[in-house]
Design a protein around this ligand. Structure first.
Ligand SMILES: [Zn+2]
Ligand SMILES: [Zn+2]
Length: 254
């Protein structure tokens, strides 16, 4: 039977899909799964992510070794331009694999999917309550042209939607084509990031608490340089949130 180009079968199929919507597929392994949260990953993939557990540094979420007190050695030694740094998991194992794939294998969908972990993590995070605007750390235009997308921007999307805060990608710009931080010493990393960012839209951040979002934090120099530019533009306070935190027992790793 056909009614105005509509078959009975398609009508019932649509009705069934409405009552029993198809299960989502995990963005990483492809398995179907059920979740109470709007996550892009199945429970077994989530189990493989090395989430950060307490005790952590009260300023930067770095897991603390015994006897370090409230702040990690790095925070005791140096200050950063951001007031607080938050991180969800350690940059290691499966998470490292996922982030490298999201960045270098042209997987913008995976980058966006990783943002759902940030979003769900943020649900009960009191340190984010006063954030008024979310800004992803930008790539230099040359790098953006090569990669095709900014993974930090894609990851910040689900977070901004979940927190109902504006996501502004037209405020902060990367004006210096910095070399890769991975092979540089701490001092060289700091020097490399000096003057790397500029704010082109000061009213968007003036007097506001800004949440800067990136995929990974290692030494924090990149995020600190971005925070400095935002403070110079009039931001009241800058906090940073990354999905991953690079930590080793000897020091920082890329
Ligand atoms: Zn999975
Ligand atoms: Zn710290």
């Amino acid at each position: 039977m056909k009614v105005k180009g509509f078959t009975c079968q398609s009508f019932f199929e649509r009705l069934i899909k409405l009552i029993y919507p198809p299960l989502p597929h995990c963005i990483a392994c492809g398995e179907t799964f059920v979740s109470l949260y709007p996550l892009a990953f199945c429970p077994s993939c989530l189990d493989r992510i090395p989430f950060i557990t307490k005790p952590v540094c009260s300023r930067c979420d770095r897991p603390l070794r015994g006897g370090e007190g409230d702040l990690c050695r790095d925070c005791q030694r140096e200050t950063r331009y951001y007031e607080q740094a938050m991180a969800v998991a350690v940059y290691d194992g499966y998470l490292r694999e996922l982030l490298l794939t999201a960045k270098y294998n042209f997987r913008p969908d995976l980058a966006r999917g990783l943002g759902t972990i940030l979003a769900v993590w943020a649900e009960n995070e009191t340190r984010l309550e006063k954030s008024e605007v979310i800004i992803p750390v930008p790539l230099h235009p040359q790098k953006l042209a090569l990669r095709g997308y900014n993974q930090a921007e894609l990851m910040a999307g689900p977070l901004a939607a979940f927190l109902r805060r504006p996501l502004r990608c037209d405020v902060l710009q990367r004006i210096k084509p910095t070399v890769s931080q991975s092979k540089l010493s701490r001092r060289e990393r700091e020097e490399n990031m000096r003057g790397a960012f500029a704010v082109v839209n000061c009213p968007a951040v003036a007097g506001k608490e800004v949440l800067l979002v990136d995929d990974i934090r290692t030494t924090g120099y990149t995020l600190s340089a971005a925070a400095r530019a935002l403070l110079l533009a009039g931001a009241k306070r800058v906090k940073v949130l990354t999905l991953a935190l690079g930590v080793t027992t000897e020091g920082w790793q890329q």
